[in-house]
Design a protein around this ligand. Structure first.
Ligand code: AGP
Length: 372
């Protein structure tokens, strides 16, 4: 009913709007006043966590994209090697696991059969399994050694939005906690990131306040056949997520690429007026990545692409090459997906509406996939 949707036309719109609160709720009670993390619910002891020599993340769909981003954070902050795999592939290739592997299963519903089978397999090999989940008491957390709930509240729309953002926050918390427990040399950076994370809800709110031009742009693209998405570093999984949202909701051909891969094939797809969304990494810090993506934007634009550029405030280098510029607040590189994903959700939702599609219940899809 309209009341359940909180005055919005679709649950998806309501859930997009709830993201600042959802993100804040995921952090709630987990950062103590001294600025360190207390993840009491992670019932894997600090000494066991110090023994971990490999992290393996298993998930499907959007949760898998959260896992891809988590890898950058976990490896950077903890120096523990981290693999990310589609749950449906993992189980069937005889993965190398033992009691020192920490397996993280990410699932909104906690009922996804592929993810459940992957975690059962991991536990049979003696690995510890930590679930990141949104649904209290669901099967995946019940069968795991520990669980970190995302506390996003119920997500009704089939397309995952607020749960993706909160999965990211939970992944950052796990990465930072692992770093804290193991006393990595990134101690100072970890403290700074915890501060940045506690401000991120406001940044997400600011992004939401500036989405009208994104909606207007989406409506102009309603008759296109293809939209391409490019990103680098953590912007690459954001590109994949932007493409998945568009497939699910707008039923358009959409593909995400690592920008560095363009010249290895995908650039052949660029033709006159094809929309290409580019997620630009922060212009501070890792400026090498930034410079490289600016030249990618130049390359595709020279070949006729219509460039839709998502770049942080103050990034002037992209301006000459952006047919459409979407500004996001400046954040530390690893946290950028929390703000960069939001315009892509809005974009896909508006395109779906413009094409007359059912936003909350896209064709052929179920909210939770309980078969393998
Ligand atoms: C996201 O928009 C999708 N509907 C889908 O990819 C989903 O993320 C995937 O099926 C995993 O679901 P889960 O998080 O409940 O395990």
């Amino acid at each position: 009913s309209a009341a359940e949707k909180g005055g919005y036309d679709y649950f998806m719109l309501k859930e997009i709007a709830e993201q600042p609160k959802a993100v804040a709720d995921t952090l709630l009670g987990r950062i103590d006043p001294s600025g360190s993390l207390t993840l009491d619910e992670v019932r894997i002891s600090p000494s066991e966590l110090r023994e971990v020599d490999k992290v393996v993340i298993v998930a499907c769909g959007t949760a898998f994209h959260a896992g891809l981003i988590a890898k950058y954070a976990i490896e950077h902050w903890t120096r523990i090697p981290c693999e990310v795999e589609l749950a449906s592939e993992f189980r069937y290739r005889d993965p190398i696991l033992d009691s020192r592997s920490l397996v993280i299963a990410i699932s909104q519903s906690g009922e996804t059969m592929d993810t459940l089978m992957a975690l059962r397999h991991a536990r049979e090999q003696g690995s510890k399994v930590l679930a990141i989940c949104n649904t209290n008491g669901s099967t995946i957390p019940r069968e795991s050694d520990a669980v970190l709930y995302t506390h996003a509240g119920p997500e009704v729309a089939v397309a995952s939005t607020k749960c993706f953002l909160t999965q990211l926050v939970a992944c950052y918390l796990v990465a930072l906690y692992l770093g804290q427990v193991r006393g990595t040399k990134w101690g100072d950076e970890i403290q700074a990131v915890i501060k940045d994370l506690s401000r991120i809800s406001e940044e997400v709110e600011r992004v939401l306040e500036t989405m009208e031009p994104v909606r207007a742009l989406a409506r102009t693209l309603a008759s296109k056949d293809t939209v391409l998405f490019l990103g680098r570093h953590v912007g690459y999984p954001v590109a994949l997520e932007g493409a998945l949202k568009l497939k699910e909701l707008a039923y358009m051909h959409a593909e995400g690429f690592a920008a560095g891969e363009l010249k290895h094939g995908p650039i052949a797809l660029i033709e006159e007026d094809v929309p290409v969304v580019v997620v630009v990494p922060s212009s501070r810090g890792r400026s090498v990545l930034h410079d490289k993506i600016v030249s990618n934007i130049q390359e595709i634009r020279a070949r006729g692409a219509r460039t839709i550029v998502i770049a942080e405030e103050g990034d002037e280098a992209v301006v000459p090459y952006a047919d459409h510029l979407i500004r996001i607040p400046a954040t530390p590189t690893l946290l950028q997906p929390l703000v960069a994903t939001v315009p892509l959700q809005v974009f896909a939702c508006e395109l779906a509406t413009a094409r007359g599609n059912e936003v909350d219940q896209p064709r052929n899809l179920a909210k939770s996939v309980t078969v393998e």
